[in-house]
Write a protein that binds this ligand. Structure first.
Ligand code: SAM
Ligand code: SF4
Ligand code: SF4
Length: 344
């Protein structure tokens, strides 16, 4: 794998490079997390023919890599629901220039798939885990999923060599904030790197209320009082988590403060939905269709031009604007894509 920089580094209108690509491989999920995809709503999922094939996804990914992308993450919905995912991973792992190939999953199917994912060339996995208490975990999953399925998935991933594993925890005030310390203890004991995520107003179906946000600063204070922490410098531009190290050598944690300290100024991510639409922001309303021109026979160069123009014109800074609106008491929920359609 080469780490050559792009010949002509592409930056958006705010000077942000295109560095990361998140690829959603399905909009379906075997969970109905209350904060993402509540179980009491009905969802119109994409038909099979609407979803990009692995060949189409790989071709688009190759074009993105040619424009500067160095990190690719597969997500969903639940990516492990996509049949034969290792075939896609194997294809992506051969793209020259990809330095990091990762997957975000709820891990309920990971115990069966961890080994084949590693064999295919997956570098890293992030597992979402929002509670350790079995009853709370099941309730948050929306479908009474037993926590053992995730714990088995984590164990299988470790055995398959996907170490260290990152854990993602969305913290919601009054719902799972009492799990912050137990989850930190679990991650320390197991050697996982836990990242706490502030509860965000993604999509339109989760009835987000700013009162539910448990801030990154509060999370750090809480953990620091139990196991003293020290701040770590970012490893690279565009790193969304601010990282902290346990002073006793117990590993590190991260906090993602998208609501209380937004980081749009360093946002280097594009997202490709399962149906081949590009979103330049997690809170975008419309995606830019690449599937139609691709299926109509457009060349790689012409598809690259589309992406280049889109990125060059990018002005997104939703979370920074949200902060201003919240502070001024004029925040209004807006129409935006659901997170399970474009991943985290
Ligand atoms: N299904 C996979 C999973 O849960 O890991 C991948 C897709 S999921 C949409 C990606 C990430 O988004 C997960 O870590 C999830 O916890 C996070 N997420 C979902 N809803 C969220 C919300 N309202 N606020 C913050 N993060 C959220
Ligand atoms: Fe939960 Fe991920 Fe499924 Fe959303 S996509 S419901 S966060 S498991
Ligand atoms: Fe990036 Fe949009 Fe999130 Fe800002 S709100 S960090 S632009 S995805």
């Amino acid at each position: 794998m080469s780490s050559q920089p792009a010949v002509d580094p592409l930056t958006d209108s705010l000077g942000r490079p295109l560095d990361d690509l998140r690829i959603s491989v399905t909009d379906r999920c075997n969970f109905r997390c209350t904060f993402c995809m509540p179980a009491d709503k009905r969802y119109d999922f994409l038909a099979r023919r609407e979803i990009l094939s692995f060949e189409e996804t790989t071709r688009l990914a190759r074009i993105f890599v040619g424009l500067g992308v160095r990190k690719i993450r597969l997500t969903g919905g639940e990516p492990l629901l996509r049949a034969e995912l290792p075939i896609l991973i194997a294809a992506l792992s051969t793209l020259d220039g990809v330095e990091d190939l990762a997957l975000t999953s709820n891990a309920a199917l990971l115990d069966r798939q961890a080994e084949s994912l590693v064999e295919a060339g997956l570098h890293r996995v992030t597992v979402s885990l929002h509670a350790l208490d079995p009853a709370l975990f099941s309730r948050l999953s929306g479908l009474d999923v037993p926590i053992e399925r995730v714990l088995n998935g984590l164990e299988a991933a470790q055995k398959a060599g996907l170490k260290p594993i990152k854990l993602n925890t969305v913290v919601i005030r009054g719902t799972n904030d009492h799990e912050i310390i137990p989850l930190a203890r679990f991650a320390r004991e197991q050697g996982h790197t836990l990242r706490y995520i502030e509860y965000m107003d993604v999509g339109t179906v989760n009835a987000w209320d700013p009162k539910g946000v448990f801030s990154a600063a509060e999370i750090i204070d809480l953990i620091d009082a139990r196991w003293p922490l020290e701040a770590l410098d970012p490893e690279r531009r565009g790193e969304v988590a601010s990282r902290w190290r346990y002073r006793d050598g117990g590993g590190e944690i991260g906090v993602i403060s998208s609501v209380t300290q937004p980081f749009c100024g360093d946002c280097t991510r594009a997202r490709l939905s399962a149906e081949g639409k590009v979103f330049t922001c997690l809170f975008g309303k419309v995606g830019h269709d690449l599937k139609t021109p691709l299926r109509d026979g457009e060349s790689d160069a012409a598809l690259a031009d589309r992406i280049r123009s889109l990125w060059a014109a990018r002005t997104d800074r939703y979370s920074e604007q949200r902060s201003v609106d919240l502070a001024q008491g004029r925040f209004q929920p807006s129409e935006k894509v659901e997170m399970f359609r474009i991943g985290g």
